[in-house]
Design a protein around this ligand. Structure first.
Ligand code: BGC
Ligand code: ZN
Length: 388
């Protein structure tokens, strides 16, 4: 039996009357600037095995640097058998129908989908595909799997996370939040080695969406947070940092290493600038027993000269750790829901201020992508695919 919402059945339409195609924003992987509005097959519950399918009507999709790189053909592959890749990995939608073996979701529920899908490593087998050791990875909207910038998607209920009604306006921020959740969780997990770790001072490098969300998550955990960004304050991003009770510094005036030397080194540093040379500066700004989390996907080929002996010595004598983090599995989506809810309670209205650039409908895809290249003042550009 397939459950459908009253709205769909009430019109007298059955599943079979539905159009077989839908609109989606897609690229031809490998062809720069190939984003376009495409007609693609409309997903169906039956596409998902075991009765575990969920058909989701897409409401909002955010875009980020990954989408820009995919459209610049630096990244991204189409699913086998398709010559296009539907983009969009930051989703928010409403359940339209569920398969017979789905107990945890019902039509009308708001959901966000995880991004990575299992590969073949041991880590994939235990539900932690974010930790895959495979070279090939499957990510919806990024690599080998279609994304969500479309009218509908279907997926296994295992990959969907329910969003409470009160987070409806900001739910599209969950996927970027999960990147932060995983990084911070990994840091605390690693620091269990210390038996007692009481981080006090945190630095966040980068004041973009990820940097702001990292500052938020660290403030919710009670840390003293300094965010280092390029621009001088005041501007929206520095206002948002200060609204969290965190401090904002422009690296034009005070770099992370200078701050560590002048004040005190940092117990936890979260790097989210996209500028890899700053990593080596951050390594030198880390306190004894500190942890440095790296989250920037840097596709370039930059080389820098660093004081290698000095950095190595301080890492050894100070028992320091540096860890890379990518993607997020379901547990971090669930943690992200909690943090978004706590953020709404503690800093009401703060999250909505990140949603700076909405565009209306899939047809506005060019404007949407434009916000990624013409980025002044843009924190989060997103598409309002449908209302609901
Ligand atoms: C996405 C992650 C993904 C990473 C690497 C990021 O933009 O948010 O989910 O793992 O790109 O492809
Ligand atoms: Zn992303």
């Amino acid at each position: 039996m397939i459950r459908t919402p009253a709205a769909a059945t009430g019109t007298g339409m059955t599943m079979n009357d539905r159009p077989r195609t839908m609109k989606a924003v897609a690229v031809h992987p490998g062809v720069p600037g190939s984003a376009h509005l495409a007609d693609v097959p409309r997903p169906e519950l039956a596409d998902i095995p075991g009765g575990r399918g969920v058909l989701v009507r897409v409401l909002r999709v955010g875009v980020d640097g990954t989408d820009r790189e995919i459209n610049a053909a630096e990244y991204g592959m189409a699913p086998p058998g398709s010559d296009v890749l539907v983009i969009g990995h930051e989703s928010f939608g409403v359940v339209e129908a569920v398969g017979p073996a789905v107990r945890e979701l019902v039509p009308g529920d708001y959901v966000v989908a995880t991004v990575r899908r299992p590969g073949h490593s041991l880590y994939d087998a235990i539900g932690t595909s974010d930790m895959t050791t495979d070279d090939t990875y499957y990510e919806r909207g990024i690599n080998l799997r279609h994304g969500f910038l479309a009218e509908y998607y279907a997926d296994d209920a295992d990959f969907l996370v329910k969003i409470p009604m009160r987070l409806r306006e900001v739910g599209v921020l969950l996927e970027p939040t999960t990147v932060v959740e995983k990084g911070i969780h990994q840091a605390f997990e690693i620091q269990r080695r210390l038996r007692v770790w009481r981080p006090r001072r945190a630095a966040v490098l980068g004041a973009g969406t990820i940097g702001l969300l990292a500052a938020m998550a660290l403030r919710l955990r009670g840390l003293e947070v300094t965010v280092f960004g390029l621009e001088r304050k005041p501007y929206l991003n520095s206002d948002l940092v200060e609204a969290l009770g965190a401090r904002y510094e422009s690296t034009r005036d005070l770099g992370v290493m200078a701050a560590a030397t002048a004040e005190a080194p940092f117990d936890l540093i979260f790097e989210a600038t996209g500028f890899s040379p700053i990593v080596f500066e951050a390594m030198q700004a880390l306190a004894k027993n500190g942890v440095l989390v790296l989250s920037s996907v840097t596709g370039g080929d930059r080389h820098v000269e660093v004081p290698a002996d000095r950095i190595n010595l301080d890492f050894v004598l100070g028992n320091k750790v540096m860890v890379g983090t990518v993607n997020a599995n379901r547990e971090y989506f669930e943690a992200g829901v909690k943090d978004l809810a706590q953020c709404e309670a503690q800093y009401p209205g703060w999250l909505a201020r990140l949603l700076t650039h909405p565009v209306a409908g899939l047809g506005a895809w060019a404007e949407l992508l434009q916000h990624l290249t013409n980025g002044r003042g843009v924190i989060k550009a997103y598409c309002r695919v449908a209302e609901g």
